[in-house]
Design a protein around this ligand. Sequence first.
Ligand code: GAF
Length: 423
Amino acid sequence: AAGDTTVAAAIAPSAVAAAGALFRELTGSEPAGVWSAPGRANLIGEHTDYNDGFVLPFAIQHRTAAAARLRTDGRIRVASTFATEPVEVALDDLEVLFPADRTRRAATGAAATGAVEEQASAVPEWAAYPLGVAWALRALVPAWAAGTFAGVDIAIASDVPVGAGLSSSAAIEGATSTALNELWGLGLDPVALAQAGRRAENEAVGAPTGIMDQMASMLGRSDAAVFLDCRSLETRSIPLGFAEAGLEVLVIDTGVKHAHSTGGYRARRESCERGAAALGVAALRDVTEADLPRAAELLDDVDFRRVRHVVTEDQRVLDTVAALAAHGPRAIGDLLVASHASMRDDFEISIPELDTAVDVALAHGALGARMTGGGFGGAAIALVERDAVPEVSAAVRAAFATAGFAAPHLFTVTPSAGPRRDV
Ligand code: GAF
């Protein structure tokens, strides 16, 4: 138990102070404000978002903060505690750095863009998130084209564990878009800001992700999950009641890093697209369990199992929302377990560390457990009686040591509020 406390304390939120300090170091002056946005844990609904389906994530207490202030020279400079060097470009160059399409890139002329394109490949990945958000916001606001936006300095710090499947990237996007929305007086609503964040991730960073993480970060509420229909983008706040029920959500971060801009994530998307095309629907959202026998005839075994995961996972999200409303959080354990089995066996995005985390948590009394996020690494969540957190944690640590896995990071997460201005 003492070990758990140490780990929790080490990651206790401090991003706001760190972003402010970094801003002062960068500019020698005070920021105009500090804005922050949370990471998220997904309770259930994995790889359903880009299939126009349903998800049920909640924002967590770990946040990313952006300290920012306008500048008058039309340049944007971003610094972060993840990197030693800040990155600075002219705002007008963002469109060349991240061209909306090839036609536009061609239209700007190779000679004129050569130097900037060289700069684009030199933009480190972390900086593509905030710069990509600034670029995506520009596309939303026609006034930008008339050059009405001032430059800006932004310093970013985060308490969200990176690569743990807790959406550290959506938290950077959310903190940046919330800061720029206010400083530039854009008046955009949280859904528009979430869409700008997704666009930054898809087009500036090049990770083909869905909209779940940005919506979870932007629309989070204390003690509630965000039930999102990824087709209509309608959301409903779903009370979770973990605290009143005496339950905790324990995160087991395996420390195995994943990246969604590469390999497996993209391949899963392609399987889903082939499945939808073969079944003649716009997206797998339009397929029900009754269609699965036909899918089995039309698809090879691998694509069929990918489709079966998405179709059954959508149903599990709806069942979880219904179970929470009818019976409360103790009723959702089996759905979490079934979700994990589907990701392990049909979608094949789990890894031995995540399977061990889930199995051991369940063997030591967790009500339910599943990997959370895109997979291939990252974290599992376990729904655990408050009093059982030390026992489950100790058992997971021991099992990891026995299996020869790196020591996991264990901490509890609390369903928390979305973006805000902190200073
Ligand atoms: C990652 C992506 F960013 C999300 O859009 C979602 O697809 C998730 O993986 C899997 O559910 O977090």
